[in-house]
Design a protein around this ligand. Structure first.
Ligand code: FEO
Length: 396
């Protein structure tokens, strides 16, 4: 148990060891936390629970503050199992507690647990008095599920934002001003890039709405990672910036190579980009963490994909990245492609087609070179990169 404010406690679970999330689809290099919060007022309120395997740790933390049988309300801001997993166990202790959900949350929770608990549906602006203070609910549809919701605690001025503004970051401390801020921001942007990007329009709208509500916010307490209290609106402003699709004058070159020819092309294209005054990062799709690369692509204006041609196609290690590019729907990005080949040479065209499908503007036709590039052909690669760099600059 840790204290946020008088009568407000963190009672969640910390997983230092986990390195994958959403099955094995999202890397979590710094572990994670499942944040649950307990409010003691005239009524006792639990905000969210934890993932089911951490139930024992969660109950230990709860028991340090109250007997779980005393809980009057469980606010379920979002029914994904990492936050609702311990709900059935908690409700064994307090079967008469009211489970507060959004309208969609009612369906989501019932579809997950097939129980007819004592539900109460709330809409944006609804208020529940819990004694000295009130809970105010703000639906946050598609941040990142249809059921997602924020809960605001008056008096303490705490916004419990669930997944929004969170980060997969295990820590012995719970506040932003007690940890390495650079690490936390890296995890926050990784979370945004890999999970929230497709819903950026909803993020922009929600932040505009949140600002109009004019609620004093002293803390933002998300459902993963640390709590923002030093300057809590900073992360909100970051989200606003990210949701607009602004990016840096950087290029990510992501490629794979059978025998090194495509690798040489990548190097010379990169030098050409550099000569145009643009920074770049190079990743091999077979050896790089997909979520880390996606984060770098999210931050960058340009993405260049490269692959040798094999079996009339691309090397398979690129496929998961392409799937992500299509699903995450990045905006305002530009790209092109390249690759070495032996006889058929389809890969650059295929890669550019994928970029177009992902709504990434292809600035120039892909470059292909037969077998191992000569010095003259490497100069062609250099010029290809330089041209791309100049065209990218013109996009700003
Ligand atoms: Fe942290 Fe959408 O669950």
């Amino acid at each position: 148990m840790k204290k946020l404010a008088d009568n407000v406690y963190w009672v969640g679970g910390t997983d230092w060891i986990v390195r994958n999330f959403h099955g094995y689809e999202l890397s979590t290099h710094r572990g994670t936390t499942y944040n649950s919060y307990l409010i003691k007022d005239k009524q006792t309120v639990l905000i969210d629970t934890v993932w089911e395997p951490l139930t024992d740790m969660f109950l230990e933390h709860l028991n340090e503050v109250i007997d779980p049988g005393e809980i009057d309300y469980v606010v379920l801001n979002h029914a994904e199992p990492d936050h609702s997993g311990a709900l059935p166990a908690i409700l064994e202790y307090c079967p008469n507690a009211t489970v507060i959900v959004s309208k969609t949350g009612l369906e989501t929770t019932k579809k997950h647990y097939h129980k007819d608990w004592n539900f109460k549906v709330v809409n944006t602006g609804d208020k529940i008095n819990i004694g000295e203070n009130d809970l105010i609910f703000i639906e946050a549809k598609m941040l990142h599920w249809p059921d997602s919701m924020f809960t605001y605690l008056t008096g303490k001025n705490i916004l419990f934002s669930n997944d929004a503004f969170g980060q997969h970051f295990a820590s012995s401390d719970i506040f932003d001003d007690t940890v390495d801020e650079a690490e936390v921001y890296q995890e926050a942007i990784k979370y945004y890039a890999n999970i929230l990007t497709p819903f950026s329009k909803f993020v922009t709208k929600k932040i505009d709405e949140l600002k109009k509500l004019n609620l004093p916010i002293d803390m933002i307490a998300p459902a993963h990672g640390i709590i923002w209290r030093k300057s809590p609106m900073d992360i909100v402003e970051k989200y606003y910036e990210w949701s607009k699709g602004d990016s840096e004058k950087n290029v990510v070159i992501l490629y794979n190579s059978l025998w090194g020819a495509t690798h040489k092309m990548a190097d010379f294209i990169a030098h050409g980009i550099g000569s145009a005054g643009i920074s770049y990062k190079i990743y091999n799709s077979a050896t790089s963490d997909r979520n880390d690369v996606i984060t770098e692509i999210f931050k960058s204006k340009g993405i260049i994909l490269g692959s040798s041609t094999v079996n009339n196609g691309i090397l398979p290690s690129l496929a998961p990245f392409i799937e992500d590019l299509m699903g995450l729907k990045f905006i305002n990005k530009v790209g092109t492609s390249f690759g070495s080949y032996g006889w058929s040479g389809e890969s650059p065209k295929l890669l550019s087609d994928y970029l177009e499908k992902a709504k990434i503007k292809v600035l120039q036709d892909g470059l292909k070179i037969k077998y191992n590039p000569t010095d003259e052909e490497l100069q062609v690669c250099f010029n290809f990169g330089k041209d791309f760099g100049k065209k990218l600059l013109a996009e700003f």
